[in-house]
Ligand binder design. Sequence first.
Ligand code: F0G
Length: 462
Amino acid sequence: MTAGAKTHAEMKGGHALRCIECGAEFERAEAEFRCPRCGDLLEVVYPAWAESEGKTTAWGSHLKQVWRERKLSFDSENASGVWRFRELLPHFADAGQIISLREGNTPIFELPQCARSAGLDRLLAKHQGMNPTGSFKDTGMTVAISVARQQGFSWVACASTGNTSASMAAYAAHGGLRSLVLIPEGKIAWGKLSQPLDYGALTCQLRTDFDGCLRILTELVRRHPIYLLNSINPYRLEGQKTAAIELLEQLDWEVPDHLIVPGGNLGNCSALGKGLEELRSLGLIHTLPKLSVIQAEGANALVRTVREKGGKQLVTVKAETAATAIRIGNPVSWKKAVRVLESTGGRCEQVSEAEIAIAKAEIGSDGVGCEPASAVTQAGLKKLVRQGFVHRQQRVVLVLTGHLLKDPEYTLRFHRGELLTDAAQGERERLDPYRRAPLEVEPEVEAVLRVLEKAEKTDATN
Ligand code: F0G
């Protein structure tokens, strides 16, 4: 081991919960995860890290080596792409308490078609939809639900646009806990709704939107001993920050120029920003990528907060978008997100429903695919390039948050021409070249051959 490096035992992951506004520190949070003094959000901090100042370079290179070595281990803690980075997470004295489904370890893909369409030489995507339940939520869930079990809870709960509920239900079932899901009726993709049912969650569809579900849940946890697993829970963000660590490791610690993420409740961008800042403060990297957040035009609370209030006061909206994962008008982590935009120099942009649909088809054309909410990143990138904020030769990574199969109905409706039917004529025409509806063909070889020949002719003329 390098001289001056700290071992995990020395660091112990001793942590506290600190209010992001008044700075008060607590050992344990109240049920709704807000500061009991001023009501603002909490974040996990590691006071022991301060002692490592001055030795950080040695500790940093030690960590890089340890994390790499763990990739060869079959131990379940090391096989998790979250717990492999446990020096930067809350410490569990008994690793047997950890509930893990081997989350993380997600791939980075090249997106050549998307790069061409955006006007970049090269474009990468970190596909968080390749997690065990098909979304980035798993990386945060493993940490927060392990804390729930450690604290003796037998019930966990979340309000969700779909992915959080799928993830929570899987981890609860795996760890022997009961789970309660509150989802907005009719506004959740079928792939996501099916998951908590199979994992045995108590699933309630409420006649309200996501923001309404979260309001009810916040009241519920005050009145009943049930552990809240929405992203207001700072342990969720601790797990989600490891995606930034894993990304940097995959890039051999070369910091990209831009990282682009979708924004809904704004937990994910806050988590990735926290991870990046911690890597820098510990000396593992020396600069930060500009972290930009993209929202749907119909759910643009952060965009409006930044533009209309200079990021000082939240502007809530009545959210509407076919990218149901980010159909959120009152984002909990807006203040953390504003701070990440400011500290990394990123931008916040919004994209239209047609731009999302086209971007999703483009990501599909690269053989990668994602759910609609993830595609806002490619749509937003194209806008940021047009604005001159992102340049052709720069290194850009999109964070794809959910798997294509989460919302097959959106994909089918798009290709069949059933989506955006009330869009303006000009906009509908823009979508047509991206549509690839299934063809009805007679059950004869000749008929299939004719279709094939026609397709080859079209390819040759394009
Ligand atoms: N992408 C996907 C696929 C999501 O499911 C979500 C959020 C986001 C992006 C936005 O992330 O909220 O951290 O800004 N889904 C939540 C849910 C709200 O309930 O599954 P965020």
